[in-house]
Structures are given as C-alpha cells and as structure tokens.
Design a binder for this molecule. Structure first.
Ligand code: MN
Length: 258
C-alpha cells in the first residue's frame, strides 16, 4: 500500500513574531493567513516595540505569558521574543519564522531601525529561514492586511515546500491595496531615505523641554530596482538581506590608507 506524500510529510511549524505587539491587527491577519500551512506559534512583544532594532534585554529576566487566544507574549523586544522561542522554548525548532505584518513600511534604511526586520534577522542568525512582512501605509483606518497575508503565505509556502538553497532572510513590503490591484512581485534592493525629519521639540506639563523623534525622511534613492520603486508601482517588494556590514570594496583602500 502506498501512503500519499501529503500524509507522510511532517507537519510544518511556523513561529510568528512582530514589533507592534501581540495584540496588533497585522499579527492576527498573518496568523490567520498562515494557518493553512501548519502549526503556527506566536511569541511577540507585550508592547509596541517598533524601532527596537536588534536590541536584546540584558538587564533583567524576561517572562513569557499566554493570552486567552493562545498567543504568547514577552515583556521584551522582538529580538528577545525570537531568541527565547528558538533557544529556550520550541522543540522541535520552527521550520520558518515570519515577522509582521507591520503597520508601516520597512524599506531602505528603515531596515536598520526596524523591530519587524530584527525579529526575522534573529531567526536567520539562529539558522532558520525568515520573512519580515510590512504593509506600506501611512493612513489611519482600514488597511489591506489580507493582501500582505496572502503574499506572506505564498512566500512561506514556497520556502517550506521548495527551500531556497542558501540561508535566507527576506524583507517583504506590500502596498496597501486590495489583492486584485497588486501588480505582482518584484525582487529588489534596498533604496535609501535619510536624512530624517528633524526632532519635534515639546514641553512636558511640568515645563521640561523634551524631543519627539521625527518621521523618517522621504526616499532619496528610489529608482528602478529599489524597494521604494516597486511598492510605488503597486508591486510587492522582496529584498534578500544579509547581516555582514563589512564594506568589502573599501578593505584594500583602507589597508593602503592606514
Ligand atoms: Mn512596528
């Protein structure tokens, strides 16, 4: 008797995290979308930690609690969440980690500050393929998270069924459009923003001067081939990221300069 392949394949395990917090609408949409692919486990920050970058909490212990819907949350950063889940909680390890769906773009140098990208980066550093998924929107109100969920699920399925031959960290930005208005997928490089809007000075009720960090700057390098260009033209941008910051082209120039 032959057993169908689908019946013998081990159930896939997907860890989901984010930086907007375990209660965020984008996270819920992502979990709903990924359910068709296997077991989905959520370990996400207790609070909105957008802009947390790759920070780890080293000055206090961290707790993991469970919400009524089964989502687990940590009083730490996105990186803490994935680090704890992968090195201390999950056995067997997840086959894939998906971070998002972030409310707002993570394009160009946003990726350096992003907690959404950081959660995926932590998985990648720990040897697990990872996706960071962001919805490119500035508006309040209704958002097309389902569009991002659709593309995230398609990419996740591809990674699970036909693994990329190298370790992979994909940064995915989805235009805030209904699914039928998206113009497909584009493989892109990161564009550039900077410089940022200036800080916004304010005063506390007690008269102390304070500053709000201002908005990210408009895109400076947003030509064809960039993530900015793809999303502006209604496409889903997929950028393969790496972690090594070495400026390899400058190595020999620096060698002779020193
Ligand atoms: Mn965020």
């Amino acid at each position: 008797m032959t057993v169908p392949v689908a019946a013998t394949a081990a159930k896939k395990r997907i860890l989901v995290s984010n930086d907007d917090g375990y209660y965020a609408a984008g996270l819920l949409s992502l979990v709903e979308a990924l359910h068709s692919l296997g077991e989905v486990i959520v370990v996400a920050p207790e609070q909105d930690r957008s802009g947390a970058s790759n920070s780890l909490t080293l000055d206090r212990p961290l707790s993991v609690k469970k919400a009524p819907n089964g989502f687990q949350f940590v009083n730490g950063t996105p990186t803490d969440c994935v680090h704890i889940a992968v090195t201390g909680m999950l056995d067997p390890l997840p086959d894939l980690v998906v971070s998002g769906i972030n409310l707002g773009a993570n394009m160009g140098d946003d990726t350096l500050y992003s907690g959404t990208v950081a959660a995926a980066t932590e998985a990648f550093l720990l040897g697990i393929p990872a996706l960071a998924v962001s919805l490119v929107t500035r508006s309040e109100g209704q958002h097309h998270f389902a569009t991002a969920g659709h593309y995230a699920t398609n990419l996740a399925r591809r990674l699970l069924e036909q693994p990329f031959p190298e370790p992979v960290l994909l940064n995915v930005n989805v235009p805030d459009l209904p699914l039928d208005r998206v113009e497909g997928i584009a493989v892109t490089r990161l564009g550039k923003r900077h410089k940022a809007e200036p800080v916004v000075p304010a005063t506390t009720p007690h008269g102390r001067p304070v500053f709000w960090i201002g908005a990210a700057g408009p895109a400076q390098d947003a030509g064809p081939g960039t993530d900015f260009y793809a999303v502006k033209n209604g496409r889903v941008s997929v950028t393969p990221l790496q972690v090594d910051l070495t400026h390899k082209a400058q190595l020999s120039a620096l060698q002779s300069w020193l």
